[in-house]
Design a protein around this ligand. Structure first.
Ligand code: FE2
Ligand code: FE2
Length: 492
């Protein structure tokens, strides 16, 4: 049942309203003044405030403001019998949903009340929608975000767009200190601000874990002083929390004395802060996981090479060449990352090859060569259960495929061979030819270029080969000192 709080000093009107509304099925609590309503409400709930504007003691608009603090969702209808145009304008600005001119009929009263309730509900839904829409966007964006700076950047733009905030800043708690890690629209002198937890507005939020909606004067010294000092007309500060732990504070403010922030903005910001905190935690976990994952890759890569001292560093250098080529060919950040990992692991399957074949210094017999050709198959078996991406797995599996289809293990041809594998194949050749092996002389890059030209379209993808030749000729490929044999790709 809808409950209406009625405040009206004229007894006849009060009784009339009560009768009409009760008959219509509303529950009416009536008071003869604003003061009486506030004193006797005792926390009871209601859906709509129906009040006269002019009453002895607290007037209708003041009553509205006071009740709104505790009943944010209430709808409001005012009697405008003796309202001046200014009070009505003010009432409109405050968001009051309905107006009834005295004298009124029962139908007018009921239809105004009904439409006020409807309007209020739509408004609430709208607020919720306003909260939900950017969230859908932010969720997708943040979950995909793997860089904290980008994460702050995107979140700040969404916040600025949705709340029309002029300034946005993120502070992170480190021990008992707080550092501003991101600032938008903030004058340089405040941008790198640091404070102690407990100090100032953000410090209070970090310390208590509660939000602050700053509007006008608060009669709290540290708040008023900071708002004045930083020229803040209106602002919101909300904590960034992971479970009950405050990890930072999100602040927004407006400098110009325009429309102040409201509860809907606070609601929106609190939800965004929640999402951001979760994404930050995900990023932290992901980074930690990533580090241990890379350690596994490195350990596996080293394991291959402990068997054969002469190829030590081979995988790292192949990874390095492959990633340079991939970057030059315009592959995405993720693809380059995958190629690096695949480069490190491309020969991991050699763990499964008998030592007498693996370490043989002369030419391999037909049979030995067939056994050696199994190493991509072994690699798939070793890497698949570890959870490497499909790209990494297929790049490793196919690094011995030939462009003309005569390679192994699957005899793939042309562009059916993944681009990562076509790049790895050339990187592998460059490294093998230019490194020092006891059983043959080290060749130089000119020999490699000749080999690439000879094998282009046969063993090698002509596009990748051409790119490498171009890279070599422009001096980029040799910016690495390959004779030191100590180049390891940067893993993080
Ligand atoms: Fe290989
Ligand atoms: Fe290799």
């Amino acid at each position: 049942m809808t409950t209406i709080l009625l405040a009206e000093d004229e007894e006849s009107i009060r009784d009339l309203c009560s009768t009409i509304l009760t008959k219509e099925g509303y529950n009416v609590i009536s008071f003869s003044s604003g003061n009486e309503a506030i004193e006797n409400l005792n926390g009871s709930d209601f859906d709509l405030l129906l009040t006269d504007l002019r009453m002895p003691g607290i007037d209708g608009l003041s009553l509205y403001r006071i009740l709104k603090e505790t009943h944010e969702d209430m709808a409001t209808v005012v009697f405008t019998g003796h309202g001046t145009i200014n009070t009505i304008l003010e009432a409109l600005k405050l968001g009051i949903e309905g107006f009834i001119m005295k004298p009124f009929t029962a139908t007018e009263l009921l239809s105004t009340i009904e439409s006020a309730i409807k309007k209020n509900r739509l408004l609430r839904e709208n607020i919720r929608l306003k909260v939900l829409l950017p969230l859908l966007e932010i969720n997708e964006k943040l979950l995909a975000e793997l860089d904290i700076k980008d994460m702050f950047d995107r979140t700040a733009s969404i916040i600025a767009k949705e709340t029309r905030a002029e300034r946005v800043s993120f502070m992170l708690v480190q021990g008992d200190r707080m550092n501003t890690v991101f600032a938008m629209g903030i004058p340089d002198e405040y941008a790198g601000i640091k404070r102690r937890v407990g100090e100032g507005i953000a410090g209070w939020v970090a310390n208590t874990g509660r939000s602050l909606l700053l509007n006008g004067s608060h009669n709290i010294d540290f708040i008023d002083a900071e708002m004045k000092k930083n020229n803040i007309a209106s602002g919101i500060s909300v904590p960034l929390k992971i479970k009950d732990n405050v990890i930072g504070v999100l602040n927004i403010s407006r400098v110009r004395d325009t429309v102040p922030f409201n509860y809907s903005d606070l609601e929106l910001l609190s939800i965004i802060a929640g999402q951001l905190a979760v994404s930050m935690e995900n990023l932290r976990l992901y980074t930690a996981l990533g580090q241990s994952y890379f350690k596994t890759v490195e350990a596996l890569a080293t394991a291959i090479e402990t068997k054969d001292v002469y190829t030590r560093g081979h995988s790292a250098r192949v990874a390095h060449y492959a990633s340079i080529i991939a970057i030059e060919m315009g592959l995405s950040k993720q693809e380059v990352e995958d190629i690096k990992i695949a480069g490190l692991l491309h020969d991991v399957g050699k763990i499964g090859i008998a030592e007498n074949i693996l370490l043989k210094r002369g030419e391999l017999s037909e049979e030995e060569y067939t056994a050696m050709k199994n190493h991509p198959n072994y690699a798939t078996k070793i890497l698949e259960p570890v959870g490497f991406s499909k790209t990494v797995l297929s790049a490793v599996r196919h690094h011995h495929e030939w462009f003309n289809g005569t390679g192994y293990p699957d005899g793939l041809k042309g562009r059916a061979i993944p681009i990562e594998a076509r790049i790895l194949c050339i990187a592998d050749t460059i490294e093998a030819m230019t490194s020092d092996r006891p059983y043959r002389d080290m060749q130089d890059m000119n020999d490699v270029i000749q080999e690439l030209k000879r094998g282009s379209g046969r063993q090698f993808d002509p596009d990748v080969a051409a790119e490498v030749i171009r890279l070599y000729e422009s001096g980029h490929l040799l910016s690495v000192n390959i004779s030191t044999h100590e180049i390891a790709p940067k893993l993080s």
